[in-house]
Ligand binder design. Sequence first.
Ligand SMILES: Cc1cc2nc3c(=O)[nH]c(=O)nc-3n(C[C@H](O)[C@H](O)[C@H](O)COP(=O)(O)OP(=O)(O)OC[C@H]3O[C@@H](n4cnc5c(N)ncnc54)[C@H](O)[C@@H]3O)c2cc1C
Length: 343
Amino acid sequence: MKKRVAIVGAGISGLACARELVQQGHEVTVFEKSRGPGGRMPTRWLDRDIDPPLGFDHGTQYFQASAPAFIELIEQAQKAGAAAPWAGSVVNLGYGLSSPHTGSTTRWVGTPGMASLARFMGQGLDIRLQCRVAGLARSGDGLYQLTLHLADGTVRVESGFDALVSAIPAEQVVPLFNDVHKPLASLAAAVESNVTWSVMLTPREAVKVDFDGAFVVDSPLGWICRDSSKPGRAMGERWMLQATADWSRLHQDYAADEVAKMMLDVFCNVTGQLVEEPLAITAHRWLYSLPSNPVGMLCYLSEEHMLGACGDWLNGARVEDAFLSGHTLGHQLSNAFDSTLIQ
Ligand SMILES: Cc1cc2nc3c(=O)[nH]c(=O)nc-3n(C[C@H](O)[C@H](O)[C@H](O)COP(=O)(O)OP(=O)(O)OC[C@H]3O[C@@H](n4cnc5c(N)ncnc54)[C@H](O)[C@@H]3O)c2cc1C
């Protein structure tokens, strides 16, 4: 029998959960506070009127696919032009020397931007964008009610959901779910996420290095990447610089302009290149970037309360972990609906 499910969050985990439930014949509504789906796998679009559009991947840099369900999704996305392998050369970089980064895994990216994968996954789903879930309640008949804050400042209430799913970062689970389901809030309260400063750099000229991505050692920078080397991107030279978790935490309250300047200096040092008066440079702070101590369970489900949770904070700190968490929860929730029918 068809059930109504509300999912809070349209990141990879929420979308994976929604797809699985819809495939099993359920009616799913995904509520997302941002203007688009994808969560921490976004693209900062600078010009969408050109072909291909111009943007930066300022969150997830690339992802790997090893589980059959995720491989199947990525193959479908590739056929639809929404994902492709990135063939950029990746090195370890330290003390002015670079050495190849070993490992034979395929690095996948969304095309023409990282956010394209979420758009592909969201096709055909009922996703309410710019809709922040601000309150949750469960009525006497066991149905869930959501209080929504919309972009135009209005508040709306939607009710009658048989099940509720959290697909948001741990730090946001705690205040939202504390009143409606304390065990979930307590589980999430033990998880801490790193801060990450990401800097989007458009130099005037090509940076003369013989790699496209580098894991930087013993430096405030942890990762640098020629964003424009990814497949399906607009012409030009664009770099993403990501500070380490330690540096980002120490500088989390610095002004974005100041961080951008500091990161540019470090970039010049580690690459040995002078990048003067870039065309553009912008820093973005991720307050909750990667969970440093994920719980270590695929997903959470209380069958008694028909309430579940998925996301990287449960299962790992990667896109594939988030996908598997949502996919598994969708499957488990659907089985739980079936077993209540049998009883
Ligand atoms: C800087 C950075 C770099 C990364 N690099 C990589 C990488 O290279 N490879 C890799 O595999 N992974 C990487 N990751 C991790 C990866 O992005 C995450 O593991 C994955 O995207 C998490 O997905 P999720 O669905 O669990 O959560 P999210 O993507 O955070 O999705 C949660 C969604 O819920 C929404 N939301 C939150 N609260 C509410 C509310 N109250 N109402 C409605 N909506 C709400 C948010 O807007 C968001 O869209 C990186 C992350 C960051 C930040």
